[in-house]
Design a protein around this ligand. Structure first.
Ligand code: 13P
Length: 250
C-alpha cells in the first residue's frame, strides 16, 4: 500500500520568523499518529532551520533544486552533497517554474535527477503540460517526453527511490485545480508507462498531484487510485491550510 505524501513547496517565500512559526505550528499539528507522510521544501537559506526544528520528527524536508555538479567554480549554485549536509531527504527536479523561467530542459532535469539519485537524495520529478498543450491534445505526449528523458538516463530502476509529481502548469497558482478525473487520467497514464517496464516499481511509485491543492479538494483528489498525495504550493505556506490538506486524508 502506497502511503500518501503531502509535500509543501514554499517556492521563494519566507523569512526566519515566518519559517520558524510555520515549522513549529506544523510540528504541533502532526503529533498524532497517521498514515500520511509530510515534507516541506523551503528555500535554501532555511534548510538549516528546517533541520533544527524538524530533526527527529515525522516531517521530512527537501530542497527545490540542485546543481548536478558536485563542487567547483559555479557561483550561486548548490550541490547534492550540500543538501545532504543539511539533512535533506528529497529534492525537486524539473519544477515547471524552473523549466519555464530558468530554461531547464528535459536533459537538464535528467542531469539533476541523476545527480540526486547518485548522492542518495530522493528526487521528485515534476512533469506537466501547459494550457496550450492541453488544448492541443498533447498532455500525454508532453508528460511522456518529460518522463522519457529521465528514463533514458536512469532507467526504470531510477524510480525505485523517486517520486513523480504531475503538475499541470495551468493549475499552478491559478486556483484552477484539475478535476479528480482529469488528474487521475494522467496519473494512470504515468503509472501505466512504468507498468510496461517494471510492474513492481510501478506499483510502489508515488505519483503526487500539484496545482491549487487545498483543504477542500484534497480528499477527493487523494481518494483516486493513482493519486498518492500532493505537491502543494500556496496552501503550504500557512500551517492551518497545509494541515487541513493532511487532515483531509489522515
Ligand atoms: P499551488 O499549490 O500554489 O498551485 O502550487 C503548486 C506547485 O507548483 C507546487 O510545486
Amino acid at each position: 500500500m502506497r502511503r500518501i505524501l503531502v509535500a509543501g513547496n514554499w517556492k521563494m517565500h519566507g523569512s526566519t520568523a515566518m519559517v520558524q512559526d510555520l515549522l513549529e505550528d506544523l510540528l504541533a499539528g502532526v503529533d498524532k499518529q497517521s498514515d500520511v507522510d509530510m515534507a516541506v521544501f523551503p528555500p535554501f537559506p532555511y534548510l538549516a532551520q528546517a533541520r533544527s526544528v524538524l530533526n527527529g520528527s515525522s516531517i521530512s524536508w527537501g530542497a527545490q533544486n540542485l546543481n548536478p555538479i558536485s563542487q567547483g567554480a559555479h557561483t550561486g549554485e548548490v550541490s547534492a552533497g550540500m543538501l545532504l549536509d543539511f539533512g535533506c531527504r528529497y529534492v525537486l527536479a524539473g519544477h515547471s517554474e524552473r523549466r519555464a523561467i530558468y530554461g531547464e530542459t528535459d536533459e537538464d532535469v535528467a542531469d539533476r535527477f541523476e545527480a540526486a539519485l547518485a548522492s542518495g537524495l530522493e528526487p521528485v520529478l515534476c512533469v506537466g503540460e501547459t494550457l496550450e498543450e492541453r488544448e492541443r491534445g498533447e498532455t500525454e505526449a508532453v508528460v511522456e517526453r518529460q518522463l522519457d528523458a529521465v528514463l533514458r538516463r536512469c532507467g526504470v530502476a531510477g524510480f525505485e527511490r523517486a517520486i513523480v509529481a504531475y503538475e499541470p502548469v495551468w493549475a499552478i497558482g491559478t486556483g484552477k485545480t484539475a478535476s479528480p478525473e482529469q488528474a487521475q487520467a494522467v496519473h494512470a497514464f504515468i503509472r501505466d508507462k512504468f507498468v510496461s517496464q517494471d510492474d513492481i516499481i510501478a506499483g510502489q511509485l508515488r505519483i503526487l498531484y500539484g496545482g491549487s491543492v487545498n483543504g477542500s479538494n484534497a480528499a477527493d483528489l487523494f481518494a483516486r487510485e493513482d493519486i498518492d498525495g500532493g505537491l502543494v504550493g500556496g496552501a503550504s505556506l500557512k500551517a492551518e491550510d497545509f494541515l487541513a490538506i493532511r487532515n483531509a486524508v489522515a
